[in-house]
Design a protein around this ligand. Structure first.
Ligand SMILES: *Cc1c(COP(=O)(O)O)cnc(C)c1O
Length: 458
């Protein structure tokens, strides 16, 4: 007998209509938006793959948890429910709620990081790096070299190069390294996992130099999924067992709950050191809110607790990551140049290969994003020269090695038929690619220009 076909471990109880527009309408909308996908109205997008952050669909259990939310200012029942869930799942004892992931970074780093510090890690997330550099400290990327080469297949491209890490700590002086930040999954190359073996090795280096290991854990459950299916010795373990083991090697975590906790807004810090917790508490009260709500409603904390439990179920993760893989494989079959191995939450199209006739100075990944929207109403996001911004001193464009269009998939939101629309759109752009021309920027902000820039076709 053939194996039973695979399907999502849920059915749909509520739907939200999305609107298909004509190509003529989309051309007009994107022109009005200055050829910047961020400027579009979301209702003019058919399949929105801008981000997987806060865009997931909550379950019936999460929605019913919302109704039980306790909105007490201090000591809310929902806070304790969330705290108990985090304690059980991660093993970390002290929990501070925050309104999202970057707020957790702001609070923790206010207590931890001083001017001149060095914070090694594996390709720090943009907000993490921002919060480090804002404090005049330096983020050192110690990711393995294989991560930067899209032609290399490696099961754990988020891994840290242990020699680089040790060198970064020794060069800075251990006393000048307030923590090591391990991002699981790693952002470089789009949600590439870190193996348990590597987590252990990083933890051992941290122990040797007495430096706390902090996990930036937005996609910790997706990381655990990859450990289960790719790393020897973990196939029989549950996701929750793997999560507990991984966090057991660290001193604490920051969390953007908009990713693997499948809520639309929320975050937290969880740590073991009581003194650090006390130091963070002061900043939490100043920046976020009182210790038992920190920028979240009681109902949001109740939904978050339920989301953490669902987000660490194997069947859910399997359906999630299989959908990302499905899109990647279908694009690959169609001859669209995609980065491999596929990450946990997004597929990346290589715009330099897709549009070889458009130089990097004319923003090929932006061109690709605009054209995909025009053809199919699909919205991705440029991860290339526009995002890389200008050198703060010379004001010249910075040219990253890779020029990418990211297609990030929201959790439990779209079907594989929607993925087929994406593939169809990419094929249409492919057919017409030789006629496409580069872009010039007509307006840009002094920093973080990608959100608001406007472009014209050359
Ligand atoms: C999203 C994310 C953040 C920031 O979290 P927000 O909730 O967007 O503030 C930090 N680190 C990683 C790895 C992330 O994915």
């Amino acid at each position: 007998m053939e194996k039973m076909p695979y399907a999502e471990p849920y059915k749909i109880k509520m739907i939200e209509s999305i609107k298909q527009t004509t190509k003529e309408e989309r051309i007009e909308k994107i022109e009005q938006a200055g050829l910047n996908l961020f400027n579009l109205k979301a209702e003019d997008v058919f399949v929105d793959l801008l981000t997987d952050s806060g865009t997931g669909a909550m379950s019936d259990k999460q929605w019913s948890a919302m109704m039980t939310g306790d909105e007490s200012y201090a000591g809310s029942k929902s806070f304790h429910l969330m705290k108990d869930t985090i304690n059980n799942l991660t093993g970390f004892e002290f929990v501070l709620p925050t309104h999202q992931g970057r707020a957790a970074e702001n609070v923790l780093f206010s207590a931890l990081i001083k001017e001149g510090n060095v914070i090694p890690g594996n390709s720090h997330s943009d907000t993490t790096k921002g919060h480090i550099e804002f404090r005049k400290a330096v983020a050192v990327d110690c990711t393995i070299d294989e991560a930067g080469d899209p032609s290399i297949m490696h099961p754990f491209k988020g891994n840290v190069n242990i020699e680089k890490l040790e060198k970064a700590i020794v060069d800075a002086g251990a006393g000048n390294v307030p923590c090591v930040i391990l991002t699981i999954t790693c952002n470089s190359g789009g949600g590439q996992p870190v193996s348990m073996e590597n987590i252990k090795a990083v933890s051992a280096v941290c122990a040797k130099y007495n430096v706390p290991l902090i996990f930036d854990s937005a996609r910790f459950a997706e990381n655990a999924y990859f450990i289960k299916v790719r790393e020897e010795g973990y196939a029989e373990k549950t996701i929750k067992e793997i999560v507990k083991e991984a966090f057991g090697y660290g001193a604490g975590m920051t969390m953007s709950s908009k990713k693997d906790a499948i809520v639309n807004m929320g975050g937290f810090i969880a740590i073991n050191d009581e003194k650090l917790y006390q130091a963070c508490s002061t900043f939490n009260i100043m920046f976020e809110g009182y210790l038992t709500y920190g920028g979240m409603s009681g109902r949001d904390m109740a939904a978050l607790a339920a989301g953490l439990m669902e987000g660490t179920e194997f069947d859910y993760l399997n359906s999630r990551i299989k959908q990302v893989e499905y899109l990647g494989e279908r694009l690959d079959e169609a001859g669209i140049p995609v980065l491999k191995p596929f990450g946990g939450h997004a597929i990346f199209i290589d715009a330099k290969k897709f549009l070889p006739h458009i130089p990097q100075s004319q923003y090929p990944a932006q061109v690709l994003g605009v054209e995909l929207y025009k053809e199919a109403g699909v919205r991705g996001v440029e991860i290339g020269t526009v995002l890389a911004d200008r050198d703060p001193v010379t004001r010249e464009n910075r040219y990253p090695k890779l020029e990418l269009l990211r297609l990030a998939i929201p959790r439990r939101v779209y079907t594989n038929n929607h993925m087929e629309v994406v593939v169809w759109g990419c094929k249409k752009v492919m057919e017409n690619r030789h006629n496409l021309r580069g872009l010039d920027i007509t307006y840009e902000a002094p920093i973080m220009r990608h959100f608001t820039s406007r472009f014209k076709t050359l």
